[in-house]
Design a protein around this ligand. Structure first.
Ligand SMILES: C[S@@+](CC[C@H](N)C(=O)[O-])C[C@H]1O[C@@H](n2cnc3c(N)ncnc32)[C@H](O)[C@@H]1O
Length: 205
């Protein structure tokens, strides 16, 4: 798997472009300014965008090539990222740590995905926000991006179940055009989530 991603990111081009995912662009205003964790962040397009908004961004990925490109993109944009080379199968998200967690096209084996998702409600600070977009199983028939293996593609019901402790303010299947670099191109079937940790109102009593 690591070899696959290092090869994909080995060229000069950015595989998914240098612009952020457009669902993230639309929803980023909901993330309180502070530390943000970008999961499976690849070449850094989303992390660099968030750093430009004033967040302190940490990007995690298992591809060293992806992180090298992320550092290059950050340097060009004049922002700083913390880059962590790690496998999400064993990475610890921490406790009460993040204003935001961003998960854009993180397609992991279901057991690993569930392990990551179980940590998110505990890793978010009060009022912290998760922004997630993933391909869903219907994407397989479209062939316009994403893995060819259905077991890597969550349904909305899977995500609702795995993220249950969060308050989900967006949780929907979406059919839309996506144009992100060479590898996400055309009509697409995704699931989109915005969820909050324990609300600030509740924390204030
Ligand atoms: C489709 S790319 C998405 C990259 C980025 N989020 C974006 O939207 O441009 C999926 C990423 O997941 C990473 N990845 C896959 N399995 C992983 C794992 N077990 N731990 C950490 N990263 C992983 C890959 O290296 C790749 O960068």
């Amino acid at each position: 798997m690591t070899d696959f991603w290092n090869q994909r990111y080995g060229g000069d081009d950015y595989a998914y472009g240098v612009e952020p995912n457009d669902f993230l662009r639309a929803e980023a205003h909901r993330i309180p300014i502070g530390p943000v964790l970008c999961l499976a962040e690849g070449e850094g397009r989303n992390a660099v965008f968030l750093a430009g908004l004033g967040h302190q961004v940490t990007a995690v990925d298992l591809s060293a090539e992806g992180l090298r490109k992320a550092e290059q993109l950050a340097r060009r944009a004049g922002v700083t990222l913390e880059l962590i080379h790690a496998d999400l199968a064993t990475f610890a998200l921490g406790l009460d740590r993040w204003s935001g967690i961003v998960e854009i096209f993180m397609h992991l084996p279901a057991a690993v995905r569930r392990r990551v998702h179980a940590q998110i409600p505990l890793a978010l600070r009060a009022g912290g926000c998760l922004v997630l977009e993933s391909y869903r199983p219907e994407q397989l028939a479209l062939g316009t991006g994403g893995p060819k293996d259905a077991s890597l593609l969550p349904t909305l019901a899977d995500l609702r179940d795995e993220l249950r402790p969060l308050e989900l303010v967006v949780a929907r299947d979406v059919d839309r055009e996506i144009h992100e670099g060479q590898f996400h191109a055309g009509p697409s079937a995704t699931v989109q989530i915005v969820g909050f940790g324990e609300s600030l109102k509740g924390a204030e009593g």
